[in-house]
Design a protein around this ligand. Structure first.
Ligand code: TEU
Length: 546
């Protein structure tokens, strides 16, 4: 497997990164123009969310042609130029492979709808009565996961939107088609791949009602998933590339298998358990304060568990599906700067490959939308209706979206304090929070104490210190659940990482501060005490043994 332990990956959501052609939407040329910024930041690879031909019902996660660039983003020449220019700067490009489903606009699905047997076998069609879906499984975007096609008198499965039909991986032809897509892009010179919800590809033999839940336990980390992944990797020769699987509701055991180098599946996995600690009883659409005790327990379990069994984590707070972390686990008002730096440190010193999502390095905040018309995301729009049906008032539903909508992470990158945050000359496709006048690349580049310069330092520390890349990890427990702390060690080298997730001072005892050198932190110095030190509000400090 390739070496990725000293790497940091940067995620770009092209629609909101930089608009080079002035139509209000970001594009591939926009990314090319910003490569020098990314080089300066110090990242190694860029994961770009899908830019393939798509009706954009789910912003490109509904692919209609895996081998063509959607004109919204540019053309094949642009993408080839991006791959080449990035390479010249020592940056790799990872493309996003959405292989659990295709758009219903994909040629394969259109032919299936015509009743062509060969293509019907590409998808999961089941017989049934028009009023009786084959199972009670729920779509991740709300509602039943089956859609009826009257002309065929059959239902098809869609774990996501009804315009995203699940592929039938049991069919070897489907697997061959998808391998062909990988080979196509590999030849173009990409350095890696991100695989969308790849642990949902293997469905159970029997389709039955789930009496306990929404059906996920039947198809999550499904019966043949490891076999299919191994085959995909072997037949396309990508074992040495950087690959990351997005794993929905997965287990530690499975993530170990997905990423143990001996298994030759993937380099690393994203899991989302730590981003559900503010879901009430597992329900994203019910607000609850983050449970930091649970957060600590999850990180301990995953960090230590993956290490023991030779697995590798992708570590992250933010992506295009998540609200902004500083608004979520930090305080984006009085302690904006401190809490953003603290949260960044918590992730970047971990064992695993850190991912920075565009704008996270600036401390970008949630969108702050107040009207339903401001939202563009299919999931947000669906759930707004569902919440109303459940009896919430429009005001209540909007206050849930304000915290939980995926659009919180999709507002345009804030480049400067000028009109439209320097993102575009035209009115952007989605709104921009007012704080762009001071939260932006230009302002933060100038300020040596900014979140941006702090992230740049976090990234460079990983390159400099083998203990961050390769050290073992051990969580340090504290009676106060707001303390998020761990030790990294490699031979004689030792790092202690302390983060305060809250707004009260906490005493940390039993540390001889004089034995350590402070290598990064978000306050001046250390508040040394008789038997240790005081961790101030949202303080983080990283100590290196001398
Ligand atoms: O997301 C998978 C997924 O299930 C979640 O991230 C989901 O959006 C969220 O938990 C719902 O509450 C991936 C992509 O990242 C996402 O953008 C796509 O919409 C989805 O797959 C379908 O392709």
């Amino acid at each position: 497997m390739g070496n990725f332990k000293d790497k940091v990956v940067y995620q770009i959501y092209p629609k909101s990164y930089y608009d080079a052609n002035g139509d209000g939407m970001g594009d591939i040329r926009g990314i090319i123009e910003k490569l020098d910024y990314l080089k300066w930041l110090g990242i190694n690879d860029i994961w770009i969310t899908p830019v393939f031909v798509s009706p954009q019902n789910d912003n490109g996660y509904d692919v209609a042609d895996y081998k063509k660039v959607d004109p919204l983003y540019g053309d094949m020449e642009d993408l080839e130029e991006l791959i080449l220019s990035a390479k010249e700067k020592g940056i790799g490009i990872m493309l996003d492979m959405v292989f659990n489903h295709t758009s219903t606009e994909h040629e394969w699905f259109k032919r299936a709808l015509q009743g062509e047997k060969e293509y019907m076998d590409y998808y999961i069609f089941k017989d049934g009565e028009p009023d009786q879906p084959p199972t009670n499984w729920e779509s991740k975007f709300g509602g039943n996961a089956w859609e009826y096609v009257p002309s065929l008198k059959k239902w098809y499965l869609h774990l996501f939107d009804r315009t995203q039909a699940d592929l039938n991986w049991e069919n070897p032809k489907v697997r061959r088609e998808l391998k062909d897509v990988i080979l196509f892009w590999k030849e173009k010179g990409v350095t890696g791949f991100r695989f969308d919800v790849v642990n949902l590809i293997s469905k159970p033999e029997k389709y039955e009602n789930d009496q306990e839940g929404d059906g996920r336990r039947f198809y999550t980390d499904g019966p043949h998933v490891h076999e299919y992944l191994k085959e995909l990797v072997e037949d396309t020769g990508i074992a040495d590339m950087i690959t990351v699987g997005e794993m929905s509701s997965t287990s530690l055991e499975n993530c170990i298998r997905y990423t143990d180098p001996e298994e030759k599946e993937l380099s690393m996995c994203f899991n989302f358990h730590h981003l559900k600690v503010d879901y009430k009883d597992g329900n994203k659409w019910e607000l609850q304060k983050p449970d930091f005790k649970a957060l600590n327990a999850l990180f301990k379990k995953w960090q230590e568990g993956m290490e023991q069994a030779n697995g590798w984590n992708a570590v992250f707070w933010c992506n295009h599906d998540q609200p902004r972390i500083v608004s979520r686990f930090g305080n984006d008002k009085e302690y904006w700067k401190q809490s953003a730096k603290m949260l960044g440190t918590a992730i970047h010193m971990l064992r695993g490959t850190p991912y920075v999502y565009q704008g996270e390095e600036l401390g970008m905040t949630n969108a702050g939308f107040t009207h339903i018309e401001q939202y563009k995301d299919v999931e947000s729009k669906n759930y707004y209706e569902i919440l109303l049906k459940q009896g919430k008032t429009s005001k209540e539903a909007l206050s849930v979206l304000r915290e939980r909508s995926r659009d919180n992470g999709r507002t345009p990158m804030q480049w400067n304090g000028e009109e439209h945050a320097g993102f575009s000359k035209a009115e952007p496709w989605i709104g921009i929070p007012d704080n762009y006048t001071w939260i932006n690349v230009e302002a933060e580049k100038e300020d040596s104490d900014s979140i941006l310069n702090y992230y740049r330092k976090l990234i460079s520390l990983r390159k400099e210190l083998p203990v961050i890349q390769d050290g073992s990890v051990e969580f340090i427990s504290h009676e106060n659940p707001n303390v998020f702390a761990y030790r990294r060690s490699l031979g004689e080298e030792e790092l202690l990482v302390f983060c305060n997730l809250g707004e009260e001072e906490i005493e940390i005892d039993g540390i001889k501060t004089e034995d350590y050198e402070r290598i990064i932190g978000n306050y001046q110095g250390i508040a040394v005490q008789e038997n240790g030190f005081m961790l101030r509000l949202y303080e983080t400090v990283v100590l290196k043994k001398m």
